[in-house]
Write a protein that binds this ligand. Structure first.
Ligand code: G3P
Ligand code: MG
Length: 247
C-alpha cells in the first residue's frame, strides 16, 4: 500500500476556478498540470455515490432539499454551475484514470448514513480502481467510515481527517492503519507536526489559498496542501518531484 504524495491537491476538483466537485474541475486540474485532486463523495437518495460537499443542494446547485433524499432522476438534471451536472463517483474515477490523476476521495456521509456510505463507496472503489497503478487515498472526518474502509479494502490507503487534530490522534492513526494525517491548516499545532514527523506520518493541510501560507506550511514540514487557488501554484507543478510513501 503506497501513495506517491504530491505537493498539491486541487481542492474539490478544480478549486475556485471551476464549479466545485465537477468533472470540469477535475479536467481543469489535469490540464493545468496538477497531479492530484481531492473531491467529496456522498450518497444520493438512490444510494448512488456522487460528488458533492454539502448535505443540501442549495449552495452548489439549482436544486433544493437533501442530497440523501433526492433520487438520481432529479439529481442528475440539476445544474451544479456553468451547466455542469453533479458527477457520479464512477465518472470522476474514470476521468482521473484517463488523466493519470491521483485522487484523495473524501468520503463524506450525510449524518446517519456513515456505514451505508462507507460500504458503498469502498466496495465500488475496489471495482473502479482495479488495475490502477496507484490506488486512491481515502479520507473522512468520520472514524466509522475509515474503520469500514480499513476492514473492507485494507489495500487502499487511508488518511485520518480532522479539523483540529485531537489528543490521542496517533493511537487513532495506528488503529485505522492510516498512512497520512489531514487537518485544517489554521489549527495545525507544532506539537502535532513534531509527533507526526517523528513517526513518519505525512501531514496534509487544507485549505491553503495563499503563497505565503503555503510556503510557511512547507517550511514547517507539512507534506502536502489542498488548495482552491490552482492559479497560484500552477508554475510549480511541473518542477516538483513527489515523495513516494509506503510500500
Ligand atoms: O479533505 C480536505 C478538505 O476537503 C476537508 O474539508 O469541508 O472542504 O471537505 P471540506
Ligand atoms: Mg473535502
Amino acid at each position: 500500500m503506497g501513495f506517491p504524495l504530491p505537493r498539491w491537491f486541487c481542492h474539490r476538483g478544480g478549486g475556485k476556478l471551476a464549479p466545485e466537485n465537477t468533472l470540469a474541475g477535475i479536467r481543469l486540474a489535469a490540464r493545468m498540470g496538477f497531479s492530484a485532486v481531492e473531491f467529496d463523495v456522498m450518497l444520493s437518495g438512490d444510494g448512488t455515490p456522487v460528488l458533492i460537499h454539502d448535505e443540501r443542494l442549495e449552495r452548489t446547485t439549482n436544486g433544493h432539499g437533501l442530497v440523501c433524499e433526492t433520487p438520481d432522476s432529479q439529481l442528475f438534471e440539476l445544474d451544479a454551475g456553468d451547466g455542469e451536472r453533479i458527477p457520479r463517483y464512477s465518472e470522476a474515477v474514470a476521468l482521473c484514470r484517463e488523466y493519470g490523476l491521483l485522487a484523495n476521495v473524501e468520503i463524506k456521509p450525510a449524518a446517519g448514513f456513515e456505514c451505508q456510505t462507507a460500504e458503498t463507496v469502498v466496495r465500488l472503489s475496489c471495482m473502479l480502481w482495479q488495475g490502477a497503478a496507484v490506488q486512491p487515498l481515502f479520507s473522512s472526518f468520520s472514524l466509522d467510515v475509515l474503520e469500514i474502509a480499513r476492514d473492507l479494502a485494507p489495500q487502499i490507503p487511508r488518511g485520518a481527517l480532522f479539523e483540529r487534530v485531537p489528543a490521542g490522534w496517533l493511537d487513532t492513526v495506528r488503529r485505522l492503519q492510516a498512512l497520512t494525517l489531514h487537518c485544517d491548516a489554521r489549527h495545525l499545532a507544532d506539537d502535532v507536526l513534531a509527533e507526526a514527523q517523528v513517526n513518519g506520518i505525512p501531514l496534509l493541510c487544507y485549505t491553503v489559498n495563499s503563497e505565503k501560507a503555503a510556503k510557511s506550511l512547507f517550511d514547517r514540514g507539512v507534506g502536502a496542501i489542498f488548495t482552491d487557488r490552482l492559479d497560484l501554484f500552477v508554475a510549480e507543478t511541473s518542477a516538483y518531484k513527489g515523495l513516494h510513501l509506503g510500500g
